[in-house]
Design a protein around this ligand. Structure first.
Ligand code: MF3
Ligand code: CO
Ligand code: CO
Length: 328
């Protein structure tokens, strides 16, 4: 079969990033059709990695299902204790995998590090077989918004890559992610990543008992859109505990329906996905990989959080209070 190369790809070989785009929009090529000409494509996914039988696994390790979404929003002191320990370990796991990011490493190699790292911590990598997800970490490069599947694509100098790790240990989940630079990254991508990390910080700062959940998204949206970026609507933060995703919904944009009040003992994630261009997404036909419809870049950061009597505790910081996202 002959494959015709799209005109955009032929044009892109002649144009430099700052040239006017071939389409006549008057915009710079890099601001217009360039992203569409070098999009991420699916690679080869390696066979499923095994977990030793002595590791306590969630039900989906066997069933390939998801979790029971109805779990109390406010956790018992016992669940909170376990979530503090698992959250810290998830922060350690993110740091372990993040330290391996460099040009040339494949996302499958990062998956192997996450998988073995989870086991070494005495836990199960929650994504593995969750609703059939085939790997132990989500790796989302450039225009991939979330849920990228690790494969044999080597990271390239100039990429940005989000690593989303979730650890299941002591019967509870800890969920955290950060976006990392691969080699030398262009200034506008650096600004996107920094604003995204700061959007998470703004969201966390808005968490106060007695205030509605919608305060979180209001703070994030005002900050990210003020910087000229978009806020993804289709993927949101979630309640978490003995369940990976409970039905507690944490939008990252202002949604007046999120009127439930924050209460001490609630545990949930905040995980804004911020886009350089339009926030709308497309799904790959693997039914997991969500990409920006316009092909422009997107970044994400995530913490698991506990509402306290006077504010919030971040459960996915490391024991020394550090976190992989701090560098961005
Ligand atoms: N860690 C993701 C989140 O932040 C969920 C990944 S689900 C998976 O909610 F199946 F893709 F792993
Ligand atoms: Co999450
Ligand atoms: Co996550």
């Amino acid at each position: 079969m002959t494959i015709t190369r799209p005109a955009t790809s032929a044009a892109s070989t002649k144009l430099k990033a700052n040239d006017p785009c071939w389409c006549g929009s008057g915009k710079k090529f890099k601001r217009c059709h360039k992203a569409a000409s070098d999009r991420i494509v699916a690679g080869r996914v390696s066979p499923r990695r095994a977990v030793p039988p002595e590791i306590e696994a969630p039900p989906w390790a066997v069933t390939g299902g998801s979790s029971n979404r109805a779990e109390a929003h406010v956790k018992s002191p016992d669940v909170i204790d376990r979530m503090r320990r698992t959250g810290r370990a998830a922060g350690d796991l993110l740091a372990l995998v993040g330290a391996a990011v460099e040009p040339g490493i494949t996302t499958d190699e990062l998956d192997a590090i996450c998988h073995q790292g989870a086991i070494d911590l005495g836990g199960y990598p929650s994504p593995l077989n969750y609703s059939g997800f085939p790997k132990s970490i989500c790796t989302s490069i450039n225009e991939v918004i979330c849920h990228g599947i690790p494969d044999d694509r080597p990271l390239a100098d100039g990429d940005i890559v989000n690593l989303d790790v979730t650890l299941y240990r002591e019967g509870v989940h800890g969920d955290t992610n950060a976006t990392f630079f691969v080699g030398e990254v262009d200034p506008e991508s650096q600004r996107l990543v920094r604003v995204t990390r700061e959007s998470l910080e703004r969201g966390i700062a808005a968490v106060r008992p007695g205030r509605p959940i919608s305060d979180i998204g209001r703070a994030i949206q005002a900050y990210a859109e003020g910087a000229g970026f978009g806020v993804v609507r289709s993927f949101i933060g979630h309640g978490i505990g003995e369940t990976f995703h409970t039905d507690l919904a944490i939008p990252h944009y202002f949604d007046p329906r999120a009127s439930m009040l924050l209460v001490p003992g609630m545990v949930f994630t905040i995980e804004p996905m911020i886009t350089a261009g339009d926030w709308r997404h497309r799904m790959w036909d693997d039914d997991w990989t969500a990409v920006t419809a316009d092909g422009r870049r997107t970044a994400q950061f995530e913490h698991t959080l506990l509402v306290t009597a006077d504010g919030v505790d971040i459960l996915t910081l490391r024991a020394d209070g550090q976190w992989s996202g701090d560098g961005a």
